[in-house]
Ligand binder design. Structure first.
Ligand code: ZN
Length: 489
C-alpha cells in the first residue's frame, strides 16, 4: 500500500484521512439509477467517478463490498411525496407491466455501463425486492418516536428529530429555508409539517405497485430503500456513501435522518459526492432539448452532436476533470478528449520500440510517485492523466533518441500505463474509437449503395438492404435530410 489516502467528506467539508472501519474490508454504497428511461450523460458521471474509487480502493488491496441499488419503486415525480411513480407512469404510457419497464431499462443501463468499462457492483439490490426490510425500518423509526402514522401513510417527524439532531447538516439547508420552499401539495394535509417526508405511502386504488403493510396497502418512500438496503448489506455503520450532488437534498439528508432515527447511530463515515455535467454551459433537461442519452452519444444521433463519440472517449473526458469539479460537455471538448486518448494509446503501443540504454537520462519513478500522490489526494484523476502525458512525452523522446531509459525504467514506464491508465482509470487498451468509427463508416457505405439502388428504381435491392440491416439490429429511417440509422434492441 502506498502512503495514505485522503478523501473529501461532504459532511465535514474537509479532506480526511481514510481509515476503514474494518480494514481490509470497505463497505461502499452508491445511489443507483431509477430505471424508467435510457441512461444519459447524467448517469455516466457518478458511475465512472465511483468506479474510479472502487478500482483504486481495490488496487490498495481493500476488499470492497460495493452496493449500488436499482430504484424500481417509490420514486415519485419531481422527487416529491406526491405525484405518480416514475416507473408506473412509463408503464401506463407503454401499456406494460411496471416490472417490464424496470427490467428493460436495467438491462439497457447495464449495457451502457459495460460499454463504459464500469465494473459491476458487488451487490445490486432492487427496492421492490426489499419491501420487508423497509417495513421493519419504518417500525423501528415509529418505535423510537421519530415518525407518525396518518391516514394509512407514515411520515418522518422532522420537528421531533430536530430537537436532538441537526437535520440539514449534510446539505447545509436550514428549516426556515425549507418551509418557504415547500409548495403546498395535495395530501399535505396528512403531514403535520410540510417538510415531513413519507416513509410509507398509502396507495390510491389505481396505483399498480403496492404491498401490504401494518398501516395500509401501499409503497415505501423513495429515500427509505437506500437506508434499508445499506443497513442490510453493509451493516448499521459503513465506510463510504456516494452519489451525485443533486442527491444531497432531500435524498441523502433524509437517509441520514432515517438511519439515525432507526439505529441511534450515524450510518455513514465518509459522504462522497460527484459534481454535475452541464451541456454547453447549460443544465441538462428534457425541456431544454439538450438531454442526450448514452446511446445517442455512442451513435452520434443527436442534433447537438457533430459526430459519434466512443464510450472510452466519454470515460476519458469525464476522468479529465476531478469528480468534484463541474464539467461542461461540448463537441470541442469531446474531440479534444478523443485526440488526447488516442495519443496516449498510440504512444503506449510504441514502448517496445525504445532501445534500453545503460543509464537513464530522466527519472520515471517520480512520475509513478506523482500518480499515486494524485490518487491519494481525493482521487485526482486529471493529475494522473497529466502525468500519463508526461510519460508519453518521455517515450516519444526516447524513440527520437533525445532521452534514454534503462531496461528497468522502461518497465517502470510500462507499469505506469498498466496500473494507472488501464487498471485504475479503467481505459481500455483496444481502441474502441476505431470500432465505433469503422461501424459508422461501414453503415454509411451500405446506406449509399441503398440510395444508389433507389435512384435507379431497384427497390428490390434497397428493401433487401433494409431487411438485412434490421436483422443485424440496425434500424434505418429515411428523412428529408437523408437516411438515419441506429442500433435497435
Ligand atoms: Zn439513494
Amino acid at each position: 500500500m502506498n502512503s495514505e489516502l485522503f478523501v473529501y467528506n461532504t459532511l465535514t467539508q474537509k479532506k480526511e484521512k481514510f481509515q476503514a472501519l474494518n480494514a481490509p474490508f470497505v463497505g461502499m454504497y452508491v445511489c443507483g439509477p431509477t430505471v424508467y428511461g435510457e441512461a444519459h450523460l447524467g448517469h455516466a458521471r457518478p458511475a465512472i467517478s465511483f468506479d474510479l474509487i472502487f478500482r483504486y480502493l481495490q488496487h490498495l488491496n481493500y476488499k470492497v463490498r460495493y452496493v449500488r441499488n436499482i430504484t424500481d419503486v417509490g420514486h415519485l415525480e419531481n422527487d416529491a411525496d406526491e405525484g405518480e411513480d416514475k416507473i408506473a407512469k412509463k408503464a401506463k404510457l407503454e401499456n406494460l407491466e411496471p416490472m417490464e419497464i424496470a427490467q428493460h431499462y436495467t438491462d439497457s443501463y447495464h449495457h451502457n455501463m459495460d460499454a463504459l468499462n464500469i465494473k459491476r457492483p458487488s451487490i445490486e439490490p432492487r427496492a421492490s425486492g426489499h419491501i420487508i426490510e423497509q417495513i421493519i425500518m419504518i417500525e423501528k423509526i415509529l418505535q423510537n418516536g421519530f415518525a407518525y402514522e396518518s391516514n394509512g401513510s407514515v411520515y418522518f417527524d422532522i420537528e421531533k428529530y430536530r430537537k436532538t439532531e441537526n437535520y440539514g447538516k449534510l446539505s447545509g439547508r436550514i428549516l426556515d429555508d425549507l418551509q418557504t420552499n415547500t409548495r403546498d401539495l395535495d395530501g399535505q394535509g396528512e403531514k403535520r409539517k410540510p417538510f415531513d417526508f413519507a416513509l410509507w405511502k398509502k396507495a390510491s386504488p389505481e396505483h399498480i405497485m403496492k404491498w401490504p403493510s401494518p398501516w395500509s396497502v401501499g409503497f415505501p418512500g423513495w429515500h427509505l430503500e437506500c437506508s434499508a438496503m445499506g443497513n442490510k448489506y453493509l451493516g448499521e455503520v459503513f465506510d463510504i456513501h456516494g452519489g451525485g450532488m443533486d442527491l444531497l437534498f432531500p435524498h441523502h439528508e433524509c437517509e441520514i435522518a432515517q438511519s439515525k432515527a432507526a439505529n441511534g447511530i450515524d450510518a455513514v463515515r465518509y459522504w462522497l459526492h460527484n459534481n454535475m455535467i452541464t451541456i454547453n454551459g447549460q443544465k441538462m433537461g428534457k425541456s431544454l432539448g439538450n438531454f442526450i442519452t448514452l446511446n445517442e452519444i455512442f451513435s452520434g444521433h443527436h442534433k447537438l452532436l457533430e459526430q459519434a463519440f466512443s464510450p472510452m472517449t466519454i470515460r476519458f473526458f469525464i476522468l479529465q476533470s476531478h469528480y468534484r469539479s463541474t464539467l461542461d460537455f461540448s463537441n470541442d471538448a469531446l474531440k479534444a478528449a478523443e485526440k488526447g486518448l488516442k495519443r496516449l494509446l498510440d504512444t503506449y503501443e510504441k514502448i517496445n520500440r525504445i532501445k534500453p540504454q545503460n543509464t537513464s537520462t530522466t527519472n520515471v519513478n517520480i512520475l509513478k510517485d506523482k500518480c499515486y500522490g494524485a490518487m491519494n489526494d481525493d482521487f485526482n484523476s486529471p493529475i494522473v492523466i497529466a502525468n500519463l502525458f508526461e510519460a508519453a512525452k518521455i517515450i516519444n523522446q526516447c524513440i527520437d533518441n533525445k532521452e534514454a531509459l534503462s531496461h528497468e525504467d522502461i518497465e517502470t514506464i510500462k507499469d505506469i500505463f498498466d496500473i494507472f491508465m488501464f487498471q485504475i482509470l479503467g481505459l481500455l487498451p483496444d481502441n474502441q474509437n476505431h470500432n465505433q468509427n469503422s461501424a459508422d463508416e461501414f453503415i454509411q457505405i451500405i446506406l449509399e449503395l441503398r440510395k444508389e439502388a433507389k435512384l435507379r428504381k431497384d427497390f428490390e435491392t434497397s428493401d433487401k438492404i433494409r431487411e438485412r440491416l434490421a436483422a443485424a439490429k440496425i434500424g434505418i429511417k429515411d428523412t428529408k435530410e437523408g437516411t438515419e440509422w441506429e442500433f435497435i434492441n
